[in-house]
Design a protein around this ligand. Structure first.
Ligand SMILES: Nc1ncnc2c1ncn2[C@@H]1O[C@H](COP(=O)(O)OP(=O)(O)OP(=O)(O)O)[C@@H](O)[C@H]1O
Ligand SMILES: [Mg+2]
Length: 493
């Protein structure tokens, strides 16, 4: 029977009040003092940080389930890499979207410009993250653990630009290790899998830096004007400097690049006299990162140069929601991945994804959404959280756009309903005696890919992250939504 849809907790709950109070105080201080933190949006100051919300104890998963998404990461990356290098496919997927979505249209113009001029740097660096939720109540995938609900993974999306939590992923497990250790049960610590995401991502950047071939050249981070998620960027920089103290790392906004970035006649990219080997974008994925034409010019300047981009414009486009939806159509994955095992491993992760084009299937999708809006999520071509539409709001949005070209810039996705986990959510300003919350989790798997249109030189999974939100919240972003840091606790089965 597969009726259970609540996952077991890793420690018996509730904790006695005094024990919980002491543990919350200690763990919160541990988090602040070890950099599990963000800048406050409400009381912003460059001088201070506050701890990021976190789940006091890790959430349980079956070891075999966890391994499944770890194992599929390289295959998924191969698929995205191939999609990114198929201009015809990208053009076909995005042809309507770029007419109505100015942001994606501008990205596409950069892509076409550099394709026409000729690519001077054929190498692409991808630091990707694929996000998944367990879908509960799927009887096809029988759980072999008596207390664990029958579930299977479904992909929420994949990220090809500014994939965050390379630091916050590993540190989440460290907070929870500390919490479990304070309870005195050291045996439990063995169930938290190793997570070397930060090292893996930094090593990816260093491999690209080596391939560039100039020991004097620097690594450039493209950043927003204000970085709230500062720990998750600075720790990358600090780790790079630890691993290679000889390599300079600088952070600049697109506005600064437009003022002071240059490319030479041989397409060498310099900022303030430093030659740039690798450009790592932690901004550039949403319209407000481009307040004027100058920032778009800066993105084009970088793309034209021989610096190695993470991501290239084609990787960025391959990560759009529209491309994700087109990939779910029959034959699309099969076209890129010839191996049937790989095709099946990817396909079983998809839920229904529908375009809203002006054709029969687009009209059908509109009807489905109007009939059962609670079964779907409506997504625009955006990143960074907070942009999707849920539940009854879908109805209003669809009625408003159904006769307008605008609808082609959105996709409709079946909503995933994960099993409920129970635990204590610790938030800044929250109580030292939090109630037990009902929550759901989203797993992100990190990977590095590096290669050109002909060869993939590096393709590996490098770590993971887990975000957990209250079960009634729509979005689980930690910086932008209702999410909290978490990590998996693996049960044998
Ligand atoms: N199909 C779905 N079913 C359930 N929840 C979903 C679904 N799609 C998205 N969500 C929720 O909305 C959040 C944001 O969606 P999504 O990841 O597609 O947007 P994004 O703007 O690209 O976010 P990110 O900043 O994480 O890249 C997810 O983290 C998840 O909590
Ligand atoms: Mg995303």
């Amino acid at each position: 029977m597969c009726s259970v849809s609540v996952t077991p907790t890793c420690v018996p709950l509730p904790l006695p009040d005094q024990q919980l109070k002491d543990l919350v105080r200690k763990t919160r201080d541990w988090a602040i003092l070890h950099g599990a933190s963000m800048r406050s949006r409400r009381n912003f100051s460059e001088d201070s940080i506050q701890f990021a919300p976190f789940n006091l104890f890790p959430s349980t998963f079956l070891k075999k389930d966890f391994q499944k998404v770890v194992d599929v990461q390289a295959t998924f990356q191969e698929l995205i890499h191939k999609v990114a290098h198929d201009g015809e496919f990208l053009r076909k997927c995005l042809k309507d979207t770029i007419q109505v979505d100015e942001f994606t249209g501008n990205l596409f113009k950069i892509y076409e410009t550099v394709q026409k001029e000729g690519i001077v740097q054929p190498l692409n660096l991808g630091l990707f993250r694929c996000d998944y939720m367990l879908e509960s109540g799927n009887a096809k995938n029988q759980s072999s653990h008596e207390n664990y609900p029958c579930c299977c993974w479904k992909q929420v999306e994949y990220n090809t630009i500014a994939s965050g939590f390379g630091w916050l992923g590993p540190i989440s497990a460290a907070i929870q290790r500390y919490a479990l250790q304070e309870l005195g049960d050291l045996k439990r610590l063995e169930n938290l899998p190793e997570n070397n995401a930060l090292d893996g991502l930094c090593e990816g950047m260093l491999e690209a830096w080596k391939a560039y071939g100039n020991p004097e050249a620097i690594i450039l981070f493209i950043i927003e004007n204000i970085s709230y998620n500062i720990a998750d960027q600075r720790f990358h920089e600090f780790r790079l400097r630890e691993l290679r103290p000889d390599i300079k790392v600088v952070r600049k906004t697109l506005t600064e690049i437009s003022d002071r970035g240059r490319i030479s006649s041989t397409k060498t990219f310099t900022i303030d006299e430093d030659e740039v080997a690798v450009v790592y974008f932690r901004a550039g994925y949403e319209p407000n990162h481009y307040p004027s034409k100058a920032e778009w010019d800066a993105r084009l300047l970088i793309e034209r140069s021989k610096a190695i981009k993470c991501p290239t414009i084609q990787y960025h486009l391959a990560g759009t929601k529209k491309v994700q939806q087109e990939l779910s159509k029959p034959g699309a994955v099969e076209y890129f991945l010839k191996d049937t095992n790989k095709v099946n491993a990817v396909r079983e992760l998809f839920v229904g994804l529908y375009g809203l084009d002006f054709d029969e299937s687009g009209d059908q999708a509109i009807e489905m959404a109007l009939r059962n809006p609670e079964r779907y999520v409506l997504k625009p071509q955006r990143e960074g959280g907070g942009n999707n539409i849920y539940g009854t709001d879908i109805k209003d949005a669809i009625l408003n756009m159904k006769d307008k070209m605008e609808r082609t810039a959105w996709i409709l996705m079946e909503r995933i309903f994960p099993p409920i986990t129970r635990g204590y959510l610790i938030r800044p300003g929250g109580s030292n005696l939090p109630p037990i919350s009902e929550m759901v989790s989203e797993m992100g798997i990190f990977g590095v890919i590096f290669g050109d249109s002909e060869n993939i030189l590096v393709n590996r999974q490098v770590g993971h992250m887990l975000r957990t939100k209250t079960s009634t919240a729509n979005e689980g972003g930690v910086a932008a939504g209702d999410g909290a840091l978490d990590s998996p606790y693996l049960l044998d089965c």
